[in-house]
Design a protein around this ligand. Sequence first.
Ligand code: GAP
Length: 511
Amino acid sequence: MAQEDIFKKLVAHCKEYGYVFQSSEIYDGLSAVYDYGQYGVELKNNIKKYWWDSMVLLHENVVGLDSAIFMHPTIWKASGHVDAFNDPLIDNKDSKKRYRADVLIEEQLAKFEEKIDKEIAKAQKRFGEAFNEQQFRETNPRVLANRQKFEELHARFAKALNDNNLQELKQIIIDQEIVCPVSGTRNWTDVRQFNLMFSTEMGSTSEGAMKIFLRPETAQGIFVNYLNVQKTGRMKIPFGIAQIGKAFRNEIVARQFIFRMREFEQMEMQFFVKPGTELDWFKKWKEIRMKWHQALGFGAENYRFHEHEKLAHYANAAVDIEYKFPFGFKEVEGIHSRTNFDLSQHEQYSGKKLRYFDPEMNESYIPYVVETSIGVDRMFLQVISAAYCEEELEKDSRVVLKLPPVLAPVKLAVLPLVKKDGLPEKAREIIDNLKFDFNCQYDEKDSIGKRYRRQDAIGTPFCVTVDHQTTQDDTVTIRYRDSMEQERVAIAELSKIIGKKVSMKQLFEKL
Ligand code: GAP
């Protein structure tokens, strides 16, 4: 099945099974804003816990923070967001649709890569075991021609971005004959800059209302509190501050479900280091964060690093961790070496000293910062895309979410085989014992096969079936979601068996 079709099915599945709903759906929805349903919120909370504990529990020099969404407006002037937090936009005059010029060009670049991948897949099929991919890449004329087109376009695009040359971005779109996906025409406007921050007013007008912004990143809340935390927590450099919270961006292109939203959540960690050591720390955090992703077991080949074409105004090094979504490799997380830009700016704009006194060096300095920044929603989409699976079985087929048990919203379902003979009561008894440790679900409706399918569809890793033997010897069957194998175990063993499989500890031990 084409990857696009799989993605459409995934989106429909998320709605049908209570993971994600369109916001304000009964009013025809609000574009690029989503609500999380009964299972979605559990998965999201588990992702956040995995991130939070991996930062704050596993690193004794990383502590947490929860800063407000509303902040003094000068913060956004100092950070550069008022003047430079822009995306280059372009309109198609026929469809009246608005696009990000850089995204149109990135999609064109991806097309060259797709063509190369297709050639390789074809040749692989033809030559079988004897296929030498590296040699094929280096010699096949069609692969070489597409690679050259990719490199030329990439170099031109990177230069246009770095020079902030909007006219050149438009010229690239024209030269590449990129058409509007809706109208199919090349009738484009000029490229313009568009600021992504939402604003609102604080205070009543009679008192003089103040224009404030909804934060477009959580990071600034950390910067302006770094000395509060350092002093009250007696933190020594190097140390980090981690935060999870909402961020808002008036995105021009809001497509691909929860990949790019206007209201979303970030998990950010700013690591404060001695000037001159930031690139070493950047390298360390890059590796730590890749390990965190790969520990989930979705296959190392589905992740890659992507170096930035254009460094943000605050960075001296930046890399993305990309995951292979059904719509191609895309950013899930950014790791940035932000220099001392933000703290220096806040020192200048606030007039307050933001220096750290280093007792070892006996001098004060503005620390440098390495940041790791990941979107909760994007991580959610990554996990659910990796987990979604359609399987043909001997007699029928099933849709199963192969979520890592530690992240699954419901850990176990307890199912009485029939609704009589004391089996429902026994099942309830099991849940009453396990509910303090695990999110359990009770289900007695329909045949056992149908109930297994329902649990597969929401990703429940374990189904515990209570049958007549249970009433005699206090044993149950436990059915494993992925293998569908069943095992007979003592009720007294359930907590231990499940506890081991859903514990975050086994993930943390891989980090
Ligand atoms: N503080 C740095 C920062 O915000 P970013 O690369 O703009 O950097 C970091 O964003 C992460 O936040 C991204 O890697 C992505 O996972 C997530 N993110 C950014 N914009 C988003 C959006 N509109 N919708 C969902 N997630 C988004």
